[in-house]
Design a protein around this ligand. Structure first.
Ligand code: PMP
Length: 411
């Protein structure tokens, strides 16, 4: 039968309550426009992979498939490839974590880990604490599980302990204690700030005292511009903290491999949740990453990334100082982002179509809150475009702001 003869069925009323909360993210909607070559995209947080030695890596993977292809192409265990889990414990030891591979579960990126952990801990309507602002991909997960999201203020030194204490106490007093705190301590997405080392034990103490599990998300930790490694929160309370790691930024996101370090009891549940969702993480991807870690100077590669991102961050900050002197912004010590504040009068969400018309894209600060806040901020991701494009993008942004101001003044 000609498909045109079928009448349209509206499935919207059939979607589950969870699915009603699945909305296209502002970032994703933008990717389509921002990927046009004439647009300078300061929007997406895509790692820049130009320095990866792809030919060498391809040769090494060829050998792996020749020698061990049958295993690489087979199903594996639900917790993930043991050799890789061992290597992951070595990586985490750089940040002071002393872990057993038995407590590591491999996931399809840390995005998948966020989904599994939220599924394990939060029933619809239950409260959780997140930073203000918070990673948009995590907020999508929290929405999909119908979490009641409470933002906790940050400043240039990261999450504010007093604000956390207040939020935890208020929820407790209301008889609805928070199920977990979600935090990105290093080189924050979208904020660019890093949690001060003096605040780390305070944050862990507050959560321990209130019985709040911490979800420590650390995909950027190795990308400090001067090579400094901030100590993870996890060793301060291994029984009360779930740590999420990822190969996406220290290597590449293409294999979609991340991991969770959790206490034993939580790991047992996580493995079942992982098996239920995907049976097992992809063996081919895990074995290739394991080979990469074994055969390559992967840390030397991270150093190259660090230097590249440092140059890009410097270009972005210098351009902001030159073209947008009325704004303020965070001073990232690593990672991909700076968080720009506009003096009153500019709404970065309303301004976005004009910016895209002027061939520059960014993400409005409102994407990183669940409560409509953030329209006086925007996130600049300096990770992907070359330095001269970053400068040009920020110049175009300044032109856009000037036009917007003129229009606002004329109203
Ligand atoms: N957490 C944060 C803070 C991120 O910025 C990202 C990716 N942008 C992720 C988690 C997910 O990363 P992946 O799934 O690629 O490991």
């Amino acid at each position: 039968m000609d498909s045109n003869t079928h009448s349209h069925i509206d499935w919207a009323p059939a979607f589950s309550a969870r699915a009603q909360n699945l909305k296209i993210s502002q970032t994703r909607a933008l990717f389509a426009v921002a990927s046009r070559p004439e647009v300078v995209s300061l929007a997406g947080g895509m790692p820049n992979l130009k320095d990866l030695p792809l030919h060498d890596i391809a040769r090494s993977f060829g050998t792996l498939f020749d020698q061990n292809g049958a295993t690489a192409m087979q199903y594996g265990g639900g917790q993930g490839y043991e050799a890789l889990r061992e290597q992951i414990t070595d990586i985490m030891s750089l940040e002071g974590i002393s872990a057993s591979a038995a407590n590591v579960t491999i996931t399809c990126g840390s995005q998948h880990a966020l989904d599994l952990v939220t599924q394990l801990f939060v029933d619809p309507g239950e409260p959780i604490l997140v930073e203000a602002p918070s990673y948009v991909g995590a907020l999508s997960v929290f929405h999909s599980y119908q979490c009641d999201v409470h933002h906790v203020l940050m400043d240039d030194d990261g999450l504010i302990p007093e604000a956390l204490e207040e939020a935890a106490t208020a929820l407790e007093a209301a008889g609805r204690p928070a199920k977990f705190l979600y935090t990105v301590p290093n080189f924050h997405n979208p904020g660019g700030m890093t949690l001060a080392e003096t605040r780390r034990p305070q944050i862990v103490e507050i959560c321990a005292r209130h019985g709040i599990l911490i979800l420590e998300d650390n995909p950027y930790g190795l990308l400090g511009f001067d090579g400094h490694l901030f100590p993870a929160l996890q060793p301060l309370n291994p029984e009360g903290i779930i740590y999420l790691g990822s190969f996406s930024k220290m290597f590449a996101p293409g294999f979609r491999i991340g991991w969770v370090l959790a206490p034993k009891q939580i790991t047992e549940k996580l493995v079942v949740a992982n098996e239920t969702a995907i049976l097992c993480p992809p063996m081919a991807a895990q074995m290739t990453i394991s080979t990469y870690l074994r055969d390559f100077d992967w840390y030397g590669q991270v150093d190259k990334f660090r230097v590249m991102y440092r140059g890009r961050a410097r270009a972005a900050l210098e351009a902001l100082a030159k073209f947008l002197p009325d704004c303020t912004w965070t001073q990232p010590k690593g990672g991909f982002y700076t968080w720009v504040h506009f003096p009153s009068g500019i709404n970065t969400w309303d301004m976005l179509p004009r910016a895209v018309q002027n061939l520059v894209a960014y993400v409005s600060g409102s994407a990183f809150y669940t409560d409509g806040r953030g329209t006086d901020y925007l996130r600049i991701a300096y990770c992907y475009p070359p330095e001269e494009e970053i400068r040009e993008g920020i110049r175009r942004l300044a032109v856009t702001v000037a036009q917007e101001k003129e229009l606002n003044g004329a109203k």
